[in-house]
Design a protein around this ligand. Structure first.
Ligand code: FES
Ligand SMILES: [Fe+2]
Length: 347
């Protein structure tokens, strides 16, 4: 089950050229994306209304798409405008059109009630295209339930173990108790690791200062769209980073991580790792992204293994430990929202 009345990241803008079509399953439905001649993106159900052939194996004809099975033509709003051999078109031949907005380098799609698709509800991911920050857009496909990815993000104690030689590098990450807050959008977590001997392993060779370090992860999950935005970084110890004072040599990052369900057991993971130093150095941005990717692939390995175990024996009976408070809140908020949508659909 998924929350439907939310903006989900459906594609990176760069995935859609001028002539191509992209088919991607989202929330269990195959969606066809393409860019129109005016530069804007449209999204249709990737299923012809006639005999359900995918439109993605059809043909672009200007801003329309022709189903190449029996030739129906649909415009960018999903309206059937041509039926071979007939003047006009038969009834009930339109296909579903979904509202989309391109923002922060992403194409956002609304798959719930179109009347509620307010672009102001798109979570703030502006660090992805803020000129004061640099990042490159990345994508990972998961053979796992999106909720397992959210669980992972809402419990960073795993950094000590899963990411021992990459993103973690400190026992303290598993030992501290984070501050957990419920926000209007979802969950906020605050974690500080003060006076650590060195920066995380993924920053080896990149450090802008020597000596002990104050590290932090402060992040929010918006449960509508499963969007994480995380302020993280490393500053020379004792220079006031926890109070908000970031000295020039502090290395600051804003990670955006978005888990869009493909279906119940597969997920699209869109992410960036923006930095506000060496922003003109594209090679640095790429190397940093590759090091973060190495860490994220460690998550993927564990999470997909978890999914295999759940497939084998179900998800009931998991033990609850102290570190689970954040993820439990995230799960509860998602369940409440789905229950609300289900109740309003039934009334
Ligand atoms: S299935 Fe598309 S026109 Fe027949
Ligand atoms: Fe992780």
């Amino acid at each position: 089950m998924f929350i439907r009345n939310a903006w989900y990241a459906g594609a990176w803008g760069h995935e859609l050229g001028t002539g191509n079509m992209l088919s991607r399953k989202l929330l269990g439905e195959s969606v066809l994306f393409f860019r129109k001649s005016d530069g804007t993106v449209t999204a249709l159900r990737d299923r012809c209304s006639h005999r359900f052939a995918p439109l993605s194996i059809g043909r672009r004809e200007g801003d329309c798409v022709r189903c190449m099975y029996h030739g129906l033509v649909f415009d960018a709003q999903g309206k059937c405008i041509e039926e071979p051999g007939r003047k006009g078109v038969s009834q009930n031949t339109d296909v579903r059109h979904y509202p989309t907005v391109e923002r922060y380098k992403l194409v956002w799609i609304w798959m719930g009630d179109p009347a509620r698709a307010d672009p102001d509800l798109i979570p703030d991911c502006h660090f992805q295209d803020d000129p004061a920050w640099a990042s490159d857009p990345r994508y990972i496909h998961y053979d796992a339930d999106y909720r397992l990815i959210l669980d992972n993000l809402l419990d960073f104690s795993h950094l000590t173990f899963v990411h021992e030689n990459t993103l973690g590098g400190s026992k303290k990450i598993a030992e501290i108790r984070p501050k957990i807050e419920q926000t209007p959008e979802g969950v906020k977590m605050t974690r500080w690791y003060l006076n650590e001997p060195c920066v995380a392993p993924y920053l080896d060779g990149f450090a802008t200062f020597d000596g002990p370090v104050d590290r932090w992860h402060v992040y929010s999950l918006s449960t509508l769209g499963n969007v994480f935005v995380m302020d993280s970084g490393s500053a020379p110890a004792g220079t006031g980073a926890p109070e908000g004072h970031r000295v020039p040599e502090a290395m600051q990052f804003v990670a955006t991580q978005i888990a869009t369900p493909e279906d119940e057991t597969h997920t699209h993971f869109f992410w960036t790792y923006a930095h506000n130093f060496r922003i003109e150095d594209a090679e640095f941005t790429r190397m940093l992204g590759d090091r973060i990717l190495a860490g994220f692939l460690e998550d993927k390995f564990f999470i997909e293994k978890q999914q295999e175990m759940i497939k084998e024996g179900g998800a009931e009976g998991m033990a609850f430990i102290l570190a689970d408070n954040g993820l439990a809140l995230g799960r509860r908020l998602i369940e409440q929202e789905i229950a609300k949508e289900t109740a309003s659909a039934e009334s």
